[in-house]
Write a protein that binds this ligand. Structure first.
Ligand SMILES: *Cc1c(COP(=O)(O)O)cnc(C)c1O
Length: 322
């Protein structure tokens, strides 16, 4: 799903969608259905054993939602993505997926309010500890902040609301020295301005409610997986332990890493958190986000141009320090 030879603007309108698989429809169809015909018992068997990838029930996956997932993965250069019902679901599911069962998350103090509140009030009640560095510009604070139970560093590439920036590559290096992933909330930047995976991040999360959707009419979230992190390094048994949903033909349970080394993270979010916590994105909402993504470059470029004008105006005023 890499961008290949196609430009950003081609991928934003075409990525993840093959009209030949959808009656040659030019616009991505809305598959407004809760479930799908399973066919005969042999096909059900193949679906359950992951020998055939097909749709079963929209809480697990849906063709319209899948186009959005593949398009965002392509725009970010990821190996896969999973769309969920909100940005908060994307943040929570991504962090639970690494830190469940007593892990800790190391983060900054420059966070979206909902994320900050959930870190303070909700994550600890689920047994997930949160540590925050005081000064995110001091990369050594990240190094010193890592504890034996730390399972990820989580940052916002451009923080909401203060728009603080970070030395992402050096923070990624600290994470990787410690065998843990860097998870980046890239909501403000969008893949148009910044691709965290190209600067050391392993997982990217989005509130698609904001610039990706762009029209203020839909709540949605996306988690993108880079595909390069080694989940088998001993710190993440949830990826190497046999899982009851991953049985082979003989009934033997396999692990997420045995099923796929390319996208074990998003597959695990899907089969644990999306399936059981259930913050599913509706096909119609996925369609609305896809419509928004088609004009992502034009809208964000206009915002950048307007911002530059405002900066130049303010700089021309003696009262404002540059
Ligand atoms: C809005 C926002 C979220 C939460 O997204 P919702 O879609 O409102 O749930 C998370 N992170 C950032 C940076 C945001 O701006």
């Amino acid at each position: 799903m890499a961008n290949g030879d196609y430009s950003f603007d081609t991928v934003k309108v075409r990525g993840g969608y093959d009209p030949k698989a959808h009656n040659l429809a030019v616009s991505v169809p809305i598959y407004q259905t809760a479930s799908f015909e399973l066919g005969d018992t042999e096909r059900v068997e193949r679906l359950l054993r992951f020998k055939e990838l097909g749709f079963v029930y929209t809480r697990l996956g849906n063709p319209t939602v899948q186009v959005l997932e593949e398009r965002i993965a392509a725009l970010d250069g990821g190996s896969a993505a999973i769309a969920v019902g909100s940005g908060m679901a994307a943040v929570t599911y991504a962090l639970f997926n690494v830190a469940e069962g007593g892990g800790r998350i190391l983060t900054t103090r420059n966070l979206y309010g909902g994320t900050e509140d959930s870190f303070k009030k909700l994550f600890p009640t689920f047994g997930i500890g949160i540590d925050q560095v005081d000064n995110a510009d001091d990369v050594d604070q990240f190094r010193r902040g890592i504890k034996p139970e730390t399972r990820a560093i989580f940052v916002e590439s451009i923080s909401n609301p203060n728009a603080t920036l970070l030395d992402l590559e050096r923070i990624a290096a600290v994470a990787h020295e410690n065998g843990i992933p860097l998870i980046v909330d890239n909501t403000f930047a969008t893949p148009y301005l910044f691709n965290p995976l190209k600067h050391g991040a392993d997982i990217v999360v989005y509130s698609a409610t904001k610039a990706l959707g762009g029209h203020g009419n839909t709540i949605a979230g996306v988690i993108v997986e880079g595909g390069a992190f080694d989940w088998g390094n001993g710190k993440f048994p949830q990826f190497t332990k046999p899982h009851y949903l991953l049985r082979d033909d003989t009934g033997v349970e396999r692990s997420f890493l045995e099923i796929t080394s390319e996208f074990p993270f998003t597959l695990r979010v899907r089969l644990n958190y999306l399936v059981y916590f259930g913050a599913v994105l509706s096909p119609f909402d996925a369609y609305l986000i896809l419509q928004g993504v088609e004009t992502l470059s034009e809208r964000v470029q206009k915002q950048v141009t307007n911002t530059e004008k405002i900066i130049r105006y303010l700089e021309s005023k003696g009262e404002v320090a540059g």
